[in-house]
Design a binder for this molecule. Sequence first.
Ligand SMILES: *Cc1c(COP(=O)(O)O)cnc(C)c1O
Length: 373
Amino acid sequence: MDEHKSLRDTKLYVDLEKFQTNIHLIRKLIGDRTRIMAVLKANAYGHGLTELVKPAVLAGVSYIGVATLAEAITVRECDESVPILILGYTPEHLFDAVVENNITQTIFDLDSAKKLDQVSSMKNRKTKVHIKVDTGLHRLGFSDMNQSLEDISAINKMKNLNIEGIFSHLALTDDESNEVQFSRFNNFVQALEERGCDFKIKHLADSIATVDYPKYRLDMVRVGALIYGVRGFHKGNVEVELISSLKTKIAQIHQISKGEGVSYDYTWKAERSSIIGTIPIGYGDGIPRNLSNKGYASINGWKCPYVGLINMDYAMIDITEVPGIAKTYKDKDVIIYDDSDSTMDISDISKITGTNKNDILCRITPRVERVYF
Ligand SMILES: *Cc1c(COP(=O)(O)O)cnc(C)c1O
């Protein structure tokens, strides 16, 4: 662990070995014939994009998926040759950079295909694209209508575009609606194939679908949550483990009397004389403010509830019960989350704060040092 450059106690520890193990476990689950796309958008779900590209490629993924052009270029700077798909929208005036960096672009309308073909032609390049189909999510994608069949056939004839793949995205509402989306996708692809299109990579499954619906895996799975060890599936199983833990250390302690308040507005008042620890982590680091007076941090397996409102830079925890803490607090790790039993994990935090697990990970701000091991 590269600790000597550290300037702060509040750190996100990222286990790159677990990250690669998770990818190997996914490979085992899906077999050798289906490609794996590692989805590294949003700073690799908060874990740090640049540090995760090489480990992902070495673990055998065939594609890196990102959300934005900036993310795609960052990946390209880390690896000259790995295929990169921008899963969504890129403004047309930025297509130069898509072409120059050899990035695969998602296409969901005819006009942007024309423009990308033009830009590619000017640069004497052939740009790979994946066609996105809207089968019900109504986010991005060609509608599965006749006009789209004509548009995509036209794109298929463009000299400087190469349609490598076609995909859709599930709403994951229930089995029945998934099945409706799956058959809309298949029917649409089949109609295009009858018109002479040929798709090397058809893909539909995100992390949950990859585990729960084997038949949706097709030629490639697009896994985000799963590679970081976030388990959202319900039917199948794969033993991926959370690759990160968030820790800090106590900055100061206060002995307070029964009846005294803590933090802004005194939303918490001591019901007994208490020892309060102040930790240098707050919503400015990405821990949700509505964890205030709800969740807990952990020291040596002892649960230490957050007391009073969480601030931008600090939170206060009740450490009264932790044996000997007044003398030893400077040495103790305070665990905000990890995977062990006596601590909160990502799932606990997301439930308490009323959001999903990915949201909690993505919120961790750049101010938190990332430590890779
Ligand atoms: C983000 C994203 C994924 C990955 O989703 P997970 O649930 O994290 O696996 C897959 N496909 C698309 C189109 C996405 O935008």
